[in-house]
Design a binder for this molecule. Structure first.
Ligand code: C5P
Length: 252
């Protein structure tokens, strides 16, 4: 259901750009008003919005964060909570329930905790409520290789394999609605897209501020591009969002 929601929002906006609204402001009131202002300016060029804990913490989930979620929904944008859920199952379930209650359409979760008593309750909660779960498969930062890139023994084949290819297979077997793979590693996008095909769309952060490039990511299989600072720190955020949108559309 969430996969379809994203497809429809993307087709309607003719955009694959998801804004990561991660502003830094000293006071919550300023953070909320600036976040709403940037969303208002950039929404015509977006297919979705992503919030992070750095925004939800100072604003409060059911206070300020929900106002942003509601405004995005008013523009027809699905909203993803980048919670990187990573605890025991019971805690994970309650975390996910709260985000869904606040209106988020999907949560991002970390596959390191595994299925049973790990992410299974998150997938079950999402399914019950018609929401989505997106899995981290390879992160965008410099030391991503220390966790996602380590060689581990595949319990099925007994062969050594990179952690991220095992996570990509889990995304398929667990029925994930998306996989996050950093745009800073296009070769990893290509390899992971080879495993996922069109069944699990790739969401790619790290465009611009972290050095990733729209064209390089789209050409190797990224479906959605997550862009934060390169849009909201630009002098003209709407113009920046439009440029990313146009560039991605040209490459698809
Ligand atoms: O500002 P920038 O475009 O670098 O923001 C990227 C966003 O995507 C941030 O919210 C960051 O937490 C998130 N993200 C990431 N790499 C991942 C997963 C999420 O950069 N692998």
């Amino acid at each position: 259901m969430f996969k379809q929601l994203m497809e429809e929002a993307s087709a309607k906006a003719k955009s694959s750009i998801m804004l990561a609204l991660d502003l830094e402001e000293a006071k919550p009131a300023g953070l909320l008003s600036r976040s709403l202002k940037i969303l208002e300016a950039t929404h015509p060029y977006l297919c979705a919005l992503k919030l992070n804990r750095q925004t939800v913490l100072p604003l409060g989930l059911f206070q300020g964060a929900k106002k942003i979620v509601d405004k995005a929904h008013g523009y027809g944008l699905p909203v993803i909570m980048d919670a990187k859920i990573n605890d025991i199952g019971n805690t994970n379930r309650i975390i996910a329930e709260n985000y869904f209650k606040a209106g988020f359409d999907a949560v991002i979760a970390s596959p390191f905790v595994g299925w049973e008593e790990g992410l299974q309750p998150v997938f079950e909660t999402a399914q019950k409520l018609g929401r989505g779960v997106i899995l981290l498969v390879y992160m965008s930062h410099k030391s991503a290789s220390e966790g996602y890139g380590q060689l581990v023994q595949n319990p099925k084949t007994r062969e050594l394999e990179p952690q991220y290819t095992i996570f990509a297979q889990k995304a398929l077997t667990w029925g994930a609605d998306g996989a996050v793979v950093g745009a800073t590693y296009p070769e990893k996008i290509r390899e992971i897209h080879g495993i996922l095909g069109e069944k699990v769309p790739i969401y790619s952060p790290g465009i611009g501020a972290q050095g990733g490039d729209v064209a390089a990511a789209v050409e190797v299989g990224a479906r959605y591009l997550i862009v934060g600072r390169a849009i909201f720190q630009a002098k003209a955020s709407a113009e920046a969002a439009k440029c990313f949108r146009d560039e991605a559309q040209k490459r698809r």
